[in-house]
Design a binder for this molecule. Sequence first.
Ligand code: SF4
Ligand code: SF4
Length: 388
Amino acid sequence: MAVEEKVLTDREKELAKTFEATKDMLRKSDHQVGMVMDLNKCIGCQLCSMACKTLWTSFEGREYMWWNKVNTMPGKGSPKDWEKMGGGYKVLFEGKVMEPVQGKHPTRKEFGDLWKFNWNEVVNSKAGDVHLQAKNQEDDSVPDWSMNWDEDQGAGTYPNSFYFYLPRICNHCSYPACVDACPRNAIYKRETDGAVVIDQDRCKGYRFCLEACPYKVIYFNFVTDKSMKCIFCYPRLEQNVANACARQCTARVRWVGFVDKPESIIYKLVKVWKVALPLHSEFGTNPNVFYIPPLAPSRLDDSGKIDPTKPRIPRDYLRYLFGPEVDKSLEVMQTELDKVRKGGKSELMDILIAREWKKMFDIFDKDPAIMERKPAKAGIYTRPGIKE
Ligand code: SF4
Ligand code: SF4
């Protein structure tokens, strides 16, 4: 069926041009920082989540926020069922992104309850008392969802059940749907490093960004009436200190660096070895957070014997998360792993083992102890053409 094209008036054409020019400016950056996370190493300890919470989201109105979270996959995650909420763009051809996809605004409840155990009950309860009953901090009700509610549930049946952890932050996308959606032009990429931030002075709380982001990583602060999200720890980057989630990671899961600098390990993993892949690239926002997909043990057949032809994590599920490129990525990793197992050497395996953890952070390898403590201020850029 032919689609009838809307004929724009001269005034509408002029406005569309201005809109695009402004958004182009907000999406522009001289360089692009990124992160690679190795899902083969994540143990789901949530230290990254706690590091982020302690630093950025333990203040008024942010208590329910998890700018960094680690979900169990397969699972519904947080907000609950976020993968089905829409947003982003329909990728039309050759990676060129075009039509925006209507997205849903996640509700406060879908992000999950803010609950805690009552440790006092544990210590003082008598036999037969209900204890360790989780309760919502806000109204004492019993919670039914939270950031990590379906932890370790996974999928499949014993002995072939499986799960793995998926740490998530804002992807600091190259084509951020949140930037396009904001009628106040409050969201922009920082010129120096491409981190996507929300200018808290410009934000008026319209929340179109929550609908537009297909990863549903933007939260609304009901106290300040502003949208908030992961800022890629830019005040730390400015002092060459890596993100708190990366520094605190027990398992050396996260590399930080420039996606566009060939000397960076991130560049090597994403563009040379091509083993690190974006999550749900079909969302069309060109993420700058990448994942090394999980290699899985083989399935056991009905007689309990290992069937080397069938991986425990169904390949279709990994293709759903990381696209068809996941086949090649897993093949390259398996080949390099086999090489080492036979006594050979592999540059890729050396990178992934990360014996020298400081090398994981590119130029951001300074000790946080040397940081000059000063209040973070994101909205410092006045860009030409963006008026009050
Ligand atoms: S992940 Fe969402 S909030 Fe982050 S830059 Fe991309 S579209 Fe914006
Ligand atoms: S700190 Fe590291 S290992 Fe622990 S959950 Fe976070 S990414 Fe995974």
